[in-house]
Design a protein around this ligand. Sequence first.
Ligand code: 26Q
Length: 833
Amino acid sequence: MNVLNETDPELGSLELLQKSRLGMDADALLSDLSHYYTRMLGRRTLRTDTPFLYQALAHAVRDRLMERWNDTNIVLDRDTPRRACYLSMEFLMGRLLHNALFSLGAVDASSEALQALGVELAQVEELGHDAGLGNGGLGRLAACFLDSCATLGLPVVGYGLRYHYGMFRQRIRQGYQVEEPDPWLREGFPWEIERIELARTIRFGGRTLTYRDRDGSLRHDWTDTRDVLAVPYDVPIPGYRNGVVNTLRLWSAEATDEFDLEEFNAGSYTEAVESKTAAENISMVLYPNTATESGHELRLRQQYFLASASLQDVLADWHRREGPGLEGFAEKNCFQLNDTHPAVAVAELMRLLLDEHGQGWDEAWAITRATMAYTNHTLLPEALETWPVSMFERLLPRLLEIIYEINARFLEEVSIRWPGDNERLARMSLIGEEGERRVRMAFLAIVGSFSVNGVAELHSRLLREGLFRDFAELWPEKFNNKTNGVTQRRWLAACNPDLSAVITDAIGDGWITDLDQLEGLREHVDAPKFRSAWNAAQLASKQRLAALVQARTEVELDPAMLFDVQVKRIHEYKRQLLNVLHAVHLYDRIRRGDGDDLVPRAIIIGGKAAPGYAMAKAIIKLINNVARVINRDPATEGKLRMVFYPDYNVSAMEVICTAADLSEQISTAGKEASGTGNMKFMMNGAVTIGTLDGANVEIREAVGAENFFLFGHTVEEIAEIRPHYDPRAIIAGDEDFRRVVDLLECGHFSRLEPGVLDGVIESFQHPSDPWMTAADFRGFLDAQRKAEEAFRDTERWTTMSILNTAASGRFSTDRTMRDYNDDIWRLEPVRPD
Ligand code: 26Q
């Protein structure tokens, strides 16, 4: 099945091959860099308009990572500790060069090396592409997890897909979003190594045969399949200055030789080529996160491809070390499912254990349930993944059989606990019977795992009380919370060197690996020198963002303005629309001569809409139109600016999160599972204006109500109002709101494009508006007024800003990973020799 022989004729230890460590000083780096530049890349002249300097430096740095990577793997091989696999369809890594240098402690040395060539490190870093293998929060969370695990020395392997095209690039043309492909691999990706010797075969289609073997046991064969090869590419994940380098293994789809040959022999060369293309399509493109894009067969193929390749990889590795048996496998392995996207792994592990490792059902089920753990990231019922039974049957017939069997045994258990409760059986079945029969992936994940977690306290409570209530009643002990975090290495230390220096001057640099130490800033909150250094760092960040905004949008921002920022995926529940209504209100106040006491403000909005999500795209158009009118009106000069930041991504956030004064976290209560941008802003000293949603609740608790601008209805209030929600009455009863709606409806923001904004303008006025934007309009305006008052009082704002950073320690993924490890993974940290 494998490309190379499974018997693994290892020749012995690597020690023979190892030389002493490569130097970390500027000279050593410069000499390796020029080696790669001239001898590997074959370039003679120095330039910064080509990617070669970046590639040469990346290779020099990679060599240093490789030494530590090998050392880590030698220890893992020798000690075979328990390990966890993080299965995720998304890893939104962003740029890797700076992170590698930072982890190795080689930022200064490489700056110096490049300066000898007359080049700035930042210039070279700009040449690297974002690895955009994710949509947003869920994908970036996976990347932060990997960073924290490596830094904590936890043996965690990331398993994902090596998409040829990552998240699309967003261009704005006439106010509309235009998507362009992201060929991030085109100039080569120097951080991966192909491991062709570990390729696995993945099967699709065909049919199943059932027979009795010689012992009379029932056996299953899955035959006549169309096979695809899964080839792994490994990416090093360095820990922070600890010698650990973990692995992110990304699978790429290739046609198998057998497959091609079969068609070729049948005499159809072109069909052989077509089927090669079909095979390689599997890892071609990242799917956007939208209901309208779901249900595509290719997406299910991707999910199974990831699950099967990763599980086969773990099992093969197990057998390589431990021989043919599986005793002890569950004690040494754990699979964390990042949402339901890889949940087919539950059924696939069963298949592998039953059909390929000769286990009985009970043994196999015990292993599966002892190794799988599931994280949920959404409360939106429409986002819960289901797949048509018919599609499963066509694509993965053997897996459907197994799912049916899991379901039969599970429903038996339910009916013993609640005899005669047929409604409950229908509610809990892994197969939904409303309309077309569908496999409910979240239920498969819950039934097949020993742990189910949400990503913030509120979210986990709502899962237990709502979406997964029946399951929480059956298995209360399975359900737990793991509040999200972000890695402070990328999201404070590396991206905000000015503020980091101010912090480190005050409390030392221990916070880089122990973020709770930021509490120590409280002691300095009244020290004038510290405060002015804090403000100087914030101002520098705002200048940097202003320059970037000017370069990207030609809008000029005054760094003295209140930077009011909302960046995240565009979605109705996140309510960018509410932000726009406030912008229009401020504009209206200026126009009616009531703007003289306004604090000058720059409203910055950024984010991508899923290509098939028409309303989200209309919101982008609205933002751009409103921004254009505001910025062109002489009356707003020095008072109000509004920009839509195009192509918002990880690298953009590294600048943006350092420069925000006000962080907009304004989702409808009960809709945002956690949010993680909120944490990045807080860590960098922004103050939040937000609803009681997701992790905002915990952010407010941590920083204190007086340092957070709260508004909006709670989850319970929203539920109460909904049945008699009447947005038109709310608008009619609120003079400010009425004026805003009048301005929108009279076509003021769509002068030459009549009607283009009608859909969005109507959406929030409809009684069935699920996001209840109008209900929170007045509360939002009031909270914005309070924020403005606080900002006007510079001293007060400085205190709030410092206290936000000081209270952000809990929102480090180091804490999140400790929580996962204490309650779910139970891994021992490794220390390379
Ligand atoms: C589903 C079906 C078909 C195609 C794509 C998808 C799909 C892909 C990605 C559905 C959802 C996603 C991503 C979801 C996501 O990013 N959720 C966010 O996760 C964060 C980390 O836990 C939370 O902080 C956010 O609140 C949550 O919205």
